[in-house]
Design a binder for this molecule. Structure first.
Ligand code: URA
Ligand code: CA
Length: 443
């Protein structure tokens, strides 16, 4: 009989746990035989002692096996997934999923809602009137077979052990641990059943792992876990030094995604779509070279096949696809409010974390887990890093419901996110490295 106390002590003292010991902990967590305080002590031990690659794989597999493993074998062909470790204003999935499908990839996508200061694809998608994001597995498979793409919400049955562990990490200061983040993300990805996964690992102030060395370690760990489970993996390390694109919120980000599919999106979002999308097409075997993958994606935008795919995705999921051509059909804010700069100078940095929190304060995110999000509110940045701004000129426009109890704290947070100084700086680089089982390639 295994003893929970002995397992915690073994990890605390820096020894490796066996596969059976890790399974015993996750099983006990799910049945309630092991208490939350013992799991919490175990998580703190992992926080300090880390885990070997083999332990990470075992923990991930146990967590994935704690709920449904989605069987996508009724969908023919190579199924490719994409995941971001969490960013601010990160609208990428809404562009990538339809675009990659329009180029020949197959994208059965399960996405999450907001986590911490970062937004969730599902909340954004739900700002489209009528959009159904909770579909049966049969309906999901049917839509992917018809349109090669469908985006639904992860159900509570997907890696439920992760949900419990995350809730404990959140209140025990153990979120920012590489083995715990890697197993959390990969347990859901493995349970979602795709054949290949492209990871966007964020680094910088708005990321869960702000330091580059940690982001690299996280990327390597997740690639190793995925390959160990028989998946084709690529991780791209990208910057979250400032919000992505200009829009931060829900409806505003849907509009930004539509603009990008129309070829008129923000440059950084376009570049990220090209980089991640090309890797998705490469591992799917749709394109043989990086150049061919880029050409396919560009053609997908020019020919309007990508935007047509997005319209079809919306229609097949019950949404009002007329919103794609008529943005007024998306939820509109009660008020627009210009946020003026208090000083003149160059934007030296924008703390993405604070901008995410400001958007949340406007009502774009939840404060307790059952709060509704207001799809109509959000932030449109007018200035990004490297831009010149004069005192009194708008740094952003807030979309709000007009409630000063929300706009005032949001405005303070937002203005504090900006560092404006005398020297003109270059915008931060967007790409750092590409990690595969073959190694690390600088970008
Ligand atoms: N995203 C997750 O799903 N889990 C983490 O631990 C961090 C980011
Ligand atoms: Ca954005």
């Amino acid at each position: 009989m295994m003893n929970t106390y002995e397992i915690i002590k073994k990890k605390r003292d820096g020894f490796q746990l066996t596969t059976d010991e890790i399974e015993f902990l996750i099983h006990g967590l799910m049945t309630g035989e092991i208490s939350d305080y013992q799991i919490s002590a175990f998580l703190m031990a992992v926080y300090f002692q880390g885990m070997s690659p083999r332990e990470c794989v075992d923990l991930t597999m146990s967590m994935a096996a704690s709920g449904d493993i989605v069987d996508l074998s009724d969908i023919k062909g190579f199924k490719v997934d994409k995941h971001s470790t969490g960013g601010v204003g990160d609208t990428t999935t809404l562009v990538l999923a339809p675009l990659v499908a329009a180029c020949g990839g197959i994208v059965p996508k399960m996405s999450g809602r907001e986590l911490g200061h970062t937004g969730g694809t599902i909340d954004k998608l739900e700002s489209i009137p009528g959009m159904q994001v909770e579909l049966s597995k049969e309906k999901f498979v049917e839509i992917v077979n018809r349109n090669h793409v469908c985006i639904i919400a992860q159900t509570a049955r997907l890696a439920p052990a992760d949900k419990r562990i995350y809730a404990l990490r959140n209140v025990t200061a153990t979120v920012d641990s590489i083995p715990l983040i890697a197993s959390s993300i990969m347990s859901k990805k493995l349970a979602a059943g795709a054949d290949g996964i492209v990871l966007d690992v964020k680094t910088g102030t708005g990321a869960f792992m702000p330091r580059y060395e940690d982001s690299l370690e996280l990327a390597k760990t997740m690639v190793e876990i995925g390959e160990g489970a028989g998946k084709r993996m690529v991780a791209v390390i990208t910057s979250m030094e400032q919000p992505l694109g200009y829009a931060v919120g829900n409806a505003v980000e849907v509009k930004e995604a539509i603009d990008t599919l129309n070829g008129i999106g923000p440059e950084d979002l376009q570049e990220l779509v090209m980089e991640l999308g090309s890797n998705m097409l490469l591992i799917s075997g749709v394109a043989a070279t990086r150049k061919k993958a880029f050409d396919l994606l560009q053609a997908g935008i020019r020919s309007r096949k990508g935007i047509a795919k997005f319209k079809r995705l919306i229609a097949l999921q019950g949404g009002d696809d007329r919103a794609v051509d008529d943005i007024k059909r998306l939820p509109q804010p009660r008020m627009e409010m210009e946020i003026e700069s208090r000083v003149s100078g160059y934007v030296e940095s924008i703390d993405a974390l604070e901008v995410g929190l400001a958007s949340k304060a406007l009502g774009a995110g939840r404060h307790t887990k059952d709060d509704p999000v207001d799809p109509s509110v959000g932030i449109i940045l007018k200035k990004k890093v490297g831009d010149r701004v004069e005192k009194g000129e708008p740094l952003a426009v807030f979309h709000t419901d007009g409630d000063r109890k929300k706009t005032e704290p949001a405005k303070e947070k937002f203005l504090n996110a900006y560092t404006i100084g005398e020297k003109q700086v270059q915008p931060p680089r967007l790409f750092y490295a590409r990690v595969t089982k073959g190694g690390v390639e600088e970008l």
